[in-house]
Ligand binder design. Structure first.
Ligand code: NDP
Length: 603
């Protein structure tokens, strides 16, 4: 326990009332529908500013394994499938290269929020030493390219290619993939890892389409307009520009310091402040890295982080960051309870106490950094830490001490209107030359809507229909009626959200082993049985359900909780293994190593 934890006492009842008032102020009847879906309107915001599109002939060939999505999921799965001896691996991506989220998000200051040593996949295999505890985006993108090169994944890759439709060909025991490039090729196996947050969205602010100045979404940063580069070089073109940034989530927190440095005037339009805890980034000491990077080191670090982050006891916390700090505090609060008092209610109350103290500390940090009292007051987050994505940054709050930076707080209401040349809040027009939308990504829409294609499995069953009442899988990977198809994502598996890549590397390993087994046994098809899929869902049901605090009805609205609206009858399906992420990874390892892949049929 830290000294500050001892020092902080809060009036819990007053705090709860304040949190509730902040929630109610923000609830809107249109909930998740308040955003503009860029696939339907204003789609030019989706264009790729980074890589020119090159025309090519459509593909009508056959490959053994295709993966949709060239981010971490595609890369780690592609690598394992290649290692399993399958040479003909094709990765498709709508971006112009590998990288997924790191291909698109090149805004200045972009960096990982989870320590690089566990966030960046396949470090041991590639021999790469992250240069910092929290690597910046260009290094992560380069690492994606490194994986692509090392495992020969560029060979058949198709970039700037969007899948439109996928169908199972029963007579040929393979999939046919149709794309926006006119491709219609076949593939024996298909993997899908399109990521949870890959379709940018804009706020549905009245008049947004009438703005005549320049504008872009943070995931399509226009360096031609701003100058500078993703490594943070000065954006010299902004020296005479008035810029408005809308949104104060994790993205905005990272790029605001750079905008504050370079703009003539920066208006930050805030609806809900983020909680911004210390970052404590530092360069990696090569001597230290040499010492820790002994065989098996990354798996040990991954396990240690997952254990610490999910409330398991370990001798040491290797990562020691904001994520494990929160868990440590909760554990220490619970440990104070005498054993006979450790009822679920009392343990939840202890966790709440730890959270109240943590958030109070974060609010006091604002006062200690931001000079203007009114601005400091408005930058304070009044909700439990996991109601919104926690942020960690050492320069964000200082940005508000720049005379050119103005926080325009909308008191939970959001921007009122956009005109030809201004952003309007509470009747006041803020004239701007450029609007940057840090307004996040589509989430909560059906998988097939977000992915942009449907999958037609055995007997003509569409995935959108099969999942009409919620996601159905075994391990979040296998779907009955969709043979030779694998999903790579966290839900219905470990569901570990603080280090998504851990979920992906485990799924990649599993798929690699399944591919090897199929080859060794001469099987042409692999499919989960209906019974095994049903049994998995029954097992998930035995857990506590959506345990994420962000999903709690007391939270301020946001994408963690369907913008404060009821999550719908099938939300319980967006969960993980009942005993938690550590137990899931242990279970999965044993399942793989037993070698019979119980629940799957190989034909
Ligand atoms: P978010 O969805 O988190 O934030 C969108 C922002 O736009 C919010 O502040 C929201 O306010 C605001 N907003 C929406 N509508 C309006 C409106 N009408 N007027 C004013 N403000 C409005 O998007 P981000 O891109 O910041 O982050 C998305 C996710 O990406 C993160 O949660 C995280 O998971 C991931 N990410 C990860 C990073 C990392 O690991 N390093 C870095 C950046 C992002 P309100 O809160 O009130 O809804």
């Amino acid at each position: 326990m830290t000294a500050s934890e001892h020092a902080i006492t809060v009036d819990k009842e007053a705090l709860k009332r304040k949190y509730m008032a902040e929630r109610l102020k923000r609830l809107r009847p249109d909930g998740p529908n308040q955003y503009i879906r860029l696939r339907d309107q204003l789609s030019y915001y989706l264009e790729d500013p980074y890589t020119p599109r090159v025309e090519r002939e459509p593909k009508t060939d056959h490959v053994t394994f295709t993966f949709i999505g060239g981010g971490f999921a595609g890369l780690v799965t592609g690598a394992r499938v290649k290692e399993a001896g399958i040479d003909s691996v094709r990765i498709l991506d709508k971006g112009g290269d590998f990288g997924g989220t790191w291909y698109w998000n090149r805004y200045p200051g972009a960096q990982c929020d989870t320590a690089s040593y566990i966030y960046m996949p396949l470090l041991e295999e590639t021999g790469h030493m992250p240069t910092e505890k929290y690597a910046h985006a260009p290094e992560i993108l380069e690492h994606c390219q490194r994986i692509g090169k090392q495992f020969g994944l560029y060979e058949h890759a198709l970039f700037h290619t969007e899948v439109k439709h996928v169908e199972w060909l029963e007579d040929r025991q393979c999939w046919r993939v149709h794309t926006d490039r006119g491709d219609a090729f076949t593939t024996q196996y298909l993997g899908m890892g399109t990521g949870p947050l890959h379709v940018p969205k804009l706020p549905g602010i009245p008049g947004i389409e009438t703005f005549k100045g320049h504008s872009f979404h943070t995931s399509r940063w226009d360096y031609n307009y701003t100058g500078g580069d993703p490594a943070g070089a000065p954006m010299t073109n902004l020296a005479d520009k008035r810029v408005g940034i809308i949104g104060t989530g994790a993205t905005s927190v990272q790029c605001v310091p750079y905008l504050a440095r370079d703009c003539q005037r920066l208006y930050v339009f805030q609806r809900t402040p983020s909680s911004v805890d210390v970052r404590n980034n530092h360069p990696t000491d090569p001597e230290w890295f040499k010492e820790i990077a002994t065989p098996g080191w990354q798996d040990r670090w991954l396990e240690n982080f997952t254990a610490n982050q999910t409330g398991n006891i370990t001798e040491v916390d290797l990562v020691m960051d904001g994520w494990t700090d929160l868990s440590r505090r909760i554990r220490s609060q619970i440990n104070k309870l005498p054993p006979e008092d450790r009822t679920p209610e009392k343990m939840l109350a202890a966790a709440e106490d730890a959270d109240f103290a943590k958030m109070e500390e974060i609010r006091r940090r604002v006062d200690s950094i931001v000079e203007d009292e009114d601005t400091a007051q408005k930058l304070k987050a009044w909700y439990r830490q996991l109601c919104k994505r926690p942020c960690f940054h050492d320069e964000y709050l200082d940005a508000y001490n720049e005379p050119s930076t103005v926080l325009v707080d909308t008191d939970g209401k959001g921007v009122e209107r956009i005109t030809e040349n201004a952003v309007v809040v509470d009747g006041v027009e803020y004239e701007v030359d450029c609007i940057i939308y840090a307004s996040g990504f589509e989430t909560g829409t059906p998988f097939t809507d977000r992915a942009g294609y449907d999958v037609v499995g055995r007997n003509g069953v569409q995935l959108s229909d099969y999942w009409a009442n919620g996601m159905r899988t075994k391990h979040g990977v296998h779907i009955h009626g969709f043979p030779n198809l694998f999903m790579v994502q966290p839900t219905q598996g470990a569901n570990l959200i603080s280090n998504i890549p851990h979920n992906l590397t485990e799924a990649g390993k599993t798929i690699g082993m399944i591919m090897r087994h199929a080859q060794e046994t001469g099987a042409q098809e692999v499919e989960v049985t209906k019974e095994a899929e049903d049994a998995w869902l029954e097992l998930l049901k035995t857990g506590a359900g959506r345990r994420m605090i962000g999903a709690s009805p007391d939270c301020v609205p946001g994408y963690y909780n369907n913008e404060g609206h009821p999550p719908g009858p099938h939300a319980w399906l967006s969960i993980g293994y009942p005993d938690g992420a550590m137990a899931y990874f242990r279970y999965l390892k044993q399942w793989r190593e037993r070698g019979d892949f119980e629940g799957l049929e190989f034909r």
